[in-house]
Ligand binder design. Sequence first.
Ligand code: C2E
Ligand code: MG
Ligand code: MG
Ligand code: MG
Length: 284
Amino acid sequence: KAEGRGTWRFFAPEMDARMQARRKLELDLRRALAEGDLKLLYQPQIDTASGRIIGFEALLRWHDEERGVVAPAEFVPVAEETGLIIPIGDWVLRTACREAATWPAEVTVAVNVSAVQFRNETLVETVKQALAQAGLPGRRLEVEVTEGVMLQDTAATLAILHRLRALGVRISMDDFGTGYSSLSYLRSFPFDKIKIDQSFIRDLGQGGDARAIVRAIAGLSGSLGMRTSAEGVETPAQYAELQAEGCAEVQGFLFGRPVPSEVAREMLRLPAARAGAPGAQDAA
Ligand code: C2E
Ligand code: MG
Ligand code: MG
Ligand code: MG
């Protein structure tokens, strides 16, 4: 590195340490991808009308020797900044489709796709290949996007969403209610489902105003022809209010924690794949 940088380092040692830690995280993450230390867990999604599992959301985990199991909040931002999210995202899509193809029921698999992946031309091609290689019909894949995706180049994003839908893939708006321009883009973007952010669900069942917000979102989403889902459902009281407000799908620790694909497969073999039996599955 250039000589002059040494003086800067003298003034900001903590900053330097943080940048070194980030650089190490990036290198370790790159190696994790190459060496197979990334894993997917799957969390059940329940249809409130039937109580049945209708899908699983794929959630990324990194098994690191030093760090233990690392949650995505700790490494996805770095992966996005460094571009590593492109190969990682490819791996996630291929793995989720391949594993879902081994499940003994026609349920969907939902995959979180970063806004950075939407800026890459290869996304649609990657999805197409992942489905083809797995032999998974497009209708069994759901792509979850966050509001950040809507804030970048609208025409390009719309084109990608329409091409994905042409493959039969469904699109969900994740973490709804936490971003900025929530309402305007709901008219122009082709979402099949809105997932109410768990920050609203957390306050349900306690007689506060969270229920009014859930009711408003469910009404809006229903009148625009979209399904409403709620994430982070932890208590029967929350579930009862969500059912009363017309929420079509729920997801949360009350119904099951994220589990490996083999466990998801076993859950689907249980009689009628019934959820609503809190604590039935627990695998951290
Ligand atoms: P998300 O897509 O909104 O996923 C829901 C998060 O809530 C997951 O955290 C899940 O484990 C957690 N969760 C589920 N039910 C409950 C509950 O009842 N209570 C509480 N407190 N939490 C619950 P996780 O797995 O740590 O993932 C965090 C975020 O990281 C995800 O939020 C998603 O934005 C991102 N992420 C996860 N996997 C991927 C991936 O493969 N690619 C990308 N780009 N992002 C991912
Ligand atoms: Mg999600
Ligand atoms: Mg979410
Ligand atoms: Mg979230």
